[in-house]
Design a protein around this ligand. Structure first.
Ligand code: ATP
Length: 238
């Protein structure tokens, strides 16, 4: 397994956000975590990338225990976290924003190579390389933060709500990119409220409810599951 999370618990003060969450991600997979608002999806990613402290449980990435390590070390071990809300640096250019992802790399050449790869994947970013990131559309900003994650050259990418606030057309485009990034060799753990897209793109998925995993399986099976359809896909007949 590329990632094994075992009985992970996280608290915010006295609020328990994750309750003994266990799941795995194999190399090459796309795994989705779905669930309602406040279920603990973002917290799971934050715990993996070292942004929030874990209270109990273990996180093993590629044979190394990473629970409790600082974020910059986790990033260097090959985990890129693309947080929700598109934190671009608005008064820096698109290119400079991408270069920020290069802090985990060892040489200028490596960073340049990754920039070329990102520009190949997102031609819209290439066209706007010298434009201030703050002037990009929402969809372009989402491409930029995903691109910045790619410049880290992660083996595991944690993607938090990449479809948030985007038009249906852009949502499809972003999901096509996610599939492409995965095909090119990056394992992906995806958090989404858009359950139908998240299940369509994933190999496997887990359903989180109030900090607990309540269901897991092949994404294609979960898409057919009446309980999942009723609760997360707005299917009244399911
Ligand atoms: P959303 O899609 O709304 O972000 P989520 O599934 O990602 O939902 P989390 O953001 O992980 O959920 O939140 C899980 C729980 O932890 C919620 O009850 C939330 O209110 C709480 N929580 C999240 N961040 C904090 C924080 N910084 N301080 C206190 N409580 C928090």
């Amino acid at each position: 397994m590329l990632l094994t999370v075992d009985h992970l618990s996280v608290f915010y003060g006295s609020i328990q956000a994750l309750r003994e969450v266990s799941f795995t991600v194999a190399k090459g997979e796309i795994v989705s975590l779905i669930g309602a608002n406040g279920a603990g999806k973002s917290t799971t990613l934050r715990a993996l990338s070292g942004v929030v402290r874990t209270e109990a449980g273990s996180i093993v990435h590629d044979g190394t225990s990473i629970a409790g390590l600082p974020s910059h070390r986790i990033a260097r071990l090959g985990i890129a976290h693309v947080p929700e809300g598109r934190g671009v640096f608005g008064n820096m250019s698109v290119r400079e924003n991408l270069e920020m992802g290069g802090y985990t790399r060892s040489s200028r050449e490596e960073v340049e190579e990754s920039l070329e790869q990102v520009f190949g994947l997102f031609p819209r970013l290439a066209e706007r390389a010298h434009q201030f990131a703050g002037t990009l559309s929402g969809g372009e900003q989402q491409m930029l933060v995903i691109g910045r994650g790619l410049v880290q050259k992660p083996d595991l990418m944690l993607l938090d709500e990449p479809s948030m606030g985007l038009s249906p057309l852009l949502v499809s485009e972003i999901f096509r990119m996610i599939a492409e990034i995965n095909k090119a060799g990056t394992t992906i753990l995806l958090v989404e409220q858009n359950a139908s897209m998240a299940l369509a793109v994933a190999d496997r998925a887990y359903v989180l409810e109030t900090g607990k995993i309540v269901l897991e399986g092949m994404a294609s099976d979960l898409l057919e599951d009446p309980k999942v359809r009723a609760a997360y896909l707005g299917d009244e007949t399911g």
